[in-house]
Each structure stands twice: as C-alpha cells, then as structure tokens.
Design a protein around this ligand. Structure first.
Ligand SMILES: [Fe+2]
Ligand SMILES: [Fe+2]
Length: 129
C-alpha cells in the first residue's frame, strides 16, 4: 500500500505551531523517500536533516507538554527517544556503507507510518487532555 503524499487534516492536533512542525517533518520524510532514486549522498544529507529537525521538534514538544503538566510525559519522551535511536542506528549503517538491499528500502515508509501513528495516538491525545 503506497504511503500518503499529502497531509491529512485529521492529523492536526489543534496547536498551530506543533501542526506546522509535524507537516514540515512529513514533507521531509517524503523527500527522504525520493532521495533513494537520486543516490546515497542525497539519502545521507536528507537523513541528517530529518534527524536534526526531529530533535528540534521533540525538544519543543516535550517542553510544551511539561508546561501543560501532561501526566504521560515520561512515557512520551521514551517513545521519542526510541524513534531517534532507530534513526541513528539506520544512519550508522548507511555511513558504514551497507548496500540498499541490506538496509531495507522501506525505512522511509516505516518512518512515515511511525510519525502518523504517533501523532494520531499520542500527540493528539496530549492536546486533547
Ligand atoms: Fe510530535
Ligand atoms: Fe510526540
């Protein structure tokens, strides 16, 4: 099943700034998927961008949840950390020169699925609380 290419308004949390960040990350993951057609150097640089922006977004979001006294903050942080761990593990393999088949071409799809799931089941709940 192909991944969606367009943002679905059902994924909005209702917080304009957080939604803007989610949409930016969503677009970056589309670019990451497209980069595979254009060679490893673009895959690497796009992944660097994804990791940097994910860090930025998670830090911002965790700060917001702390201000809101969101009771599930520590569990939520753990989910963010696990996602970043997976990004870093993939980046390490890529930098070690593993070939595309060994890396798993579907990693971009996994990232996009994770993001949508996380927004729908976790971030939206935080803002609905
Ligand atoms: Fe988020
Ligand atoms: Fe989150």
């Amino acid at each position: 099943m192909p991944n969606p290419n367009d943002w679905n308004d059902q994924w909005n949390t209702g917080d304009a700034q957080i939604d803007q960040e989610h949409q930016k990350l969503f677009k970056m993951l589309l670019l990451f998927n497209e980069a595979w057609e254009m060679g490893y150097s673009l895959v690497r640089s796009t992944l660097d961008d994804v990791i940097a922006y994910t860090n930025y977004h998670f830090n911002h979001e965790e700060g917001r949840y702390a201000e809101m006294n969101f009771p599930e903050l520590s569990r939520h942080k753990e989910q963010h950390r696990e996602f970043l761990d997976q990004l870093h593990a993939f980046q390490d393999k890529l930098n070690q020169g593993e070939d595309r088949d060994a890396l798993g071409y579907d990693f971009g799809q996994f990232l996009q699925n994770w993001l949508i799931q996380h927004i729908q089941s976790e971030d939206k709940r935080a803002f609905a609380a």
